[in-house]
Design a protein around this ligand. Structure first.
Ligand SMILES: [Zn+2]
Ligand SMILES: [Zn+2]
Length: 322
């Protein structure tokens, strides 16, 4: 509840001391160039296991002056706010593992405290309504408190997104931006999709959660920038050995089952090369390594032998252009 008071408090300190504490606390709103082509900001590069360096699945895709989020994972409101993103044109969901949606309430609440007063369009495959209804139910009392307490200063609209469920195909086509939903391979989780953004002759693809498969390859074909989930089988197999040596058969099976439906790093590099991806950015890093150069170099070992283009290992908050 104290967030809006905290901001006022920081402002007060700034006024009293002349320090730039407020600027450090909260960067200014991001300037969006209406003529710019596609770019992305990684806002959540982790997986469900808590990692202080990484929020969970969330990627901002920016087309000129419009910002869209693909997924809204745990705690990604922090890198989102730090990136200066104070408004979004919509959300696209890839599937309904909770690490991909659980941050929506936090994001909307933050927008509401900031004074945003409209309903955000939310698009996703079948299941979106059920998930969003659940989030809104969890926030119902909170919304009542805030509207009762703050009156018109807090908009009820912001906590009522407009949800539309789609089958794979074109899900958005406005002002030169076309977004196509395509099926990926995250079985047994269905539906699971990725998104292909096309704008000003540039193609940016976000994989969602998937192993490497023909459907994923087709969706990513020719992309200027592919933002893909990834798993490192070598690291995970080492974890399996450790678990087996500790007679932890449950953990052995949990890791193995996790490995079944994610994109193995070397297979991903091979696929990116085959379908002509021009730049590859990695997110949803499994296992969830720390955000340092050494761990990241180990994570992508071997990928450069199979893929000619640049590989960016994602960290929360980094901006990537195709
Ligand atoms: Zn998943
Ligand atoms: Zn996931």
């Amino acid at each position: 509840m104290a967030i809006n008071y905290t901001r006022a408090f920081v402002l007060l300190i700034t006024l009293c001391t002349g320090s730039n504490l407020a600027a450090q606390d909260r960067p200014p709103a991001k300037l969006l160039d209406p003529d710019a082509s596609l770019s992305a900001v990684l806002l959540g590069t982790g997986v469900p296991l808590p990692n202080p360096d990484r929020a969970t699945a969330c990627t901002a895709v920016i087309a000129g002056d419009r910002v869209f989020l693909v997924d809204t994972g745990r705690n990604c409101v922090v890198p989102l706010d730090q990136a200066g993103i104070r408004d979004i044109a919509g959300v696209f969901y890839t599937h309904y593992h909770s690490d991909h949606f659980i941050g929506l309430g936090e994001i909307l609440l933050n927008f509401g405290i900031d004074g945003l007063d409209r309903s955000i369009p939310v698009r996703g495959p079948t299941g979106a309504r059920e998930v969003i209804e659940g989030i809104l139910a969890a926030y119902r009392l909170d919304l009542k408190y805030r509207v009762t307490h703050h009156g018109e200063k807090f908009s009820a609209n912001i906590m009522q997104p407009v949800v539309t469920e789609y089958e794979p195909g074109v899900v958005y086509d406005e002002r030169g931006l076309k977004v196509t939903m395509f099926t990926v391979c995250h079985q047994p989780i269905e539906p699971a999709v990725g998104y292909r953004f096309e704008y000003q002759n540039t193609v940016l693809v976000v994989s969602g959660d998937t192993k490497v498969c023909p459907e994923f390859a087709e969706g990513a074909r020719g992309a200027d920038l592919l933002i893909s989930e990834v798993e490192n089988a070598r690291m995970l197999n080492a974890a399996v050995v450790l678990a087996r040596n500790s007679n932890d058969t449950r953990m052995v099976e949990m890791i193995r089952e996790g490995m079944e439906y994610h994109a193995e790093s070397l297979a991903l590099a091979r696929m990116a090369q085959e379908v002509g991806v021009k730049k590859l950015a990695l997110t949803h890093l499994f296992p969830s390594i720390p955000a340092n150069d050494q761990a990241e170099a180990l994570f992508i070992r071997g990928m450069n032998d199979l893929y000619d283009g640049p590989i960016i290992v994602g960290r929360d908050g980094i901006e990537i252009t195709p």
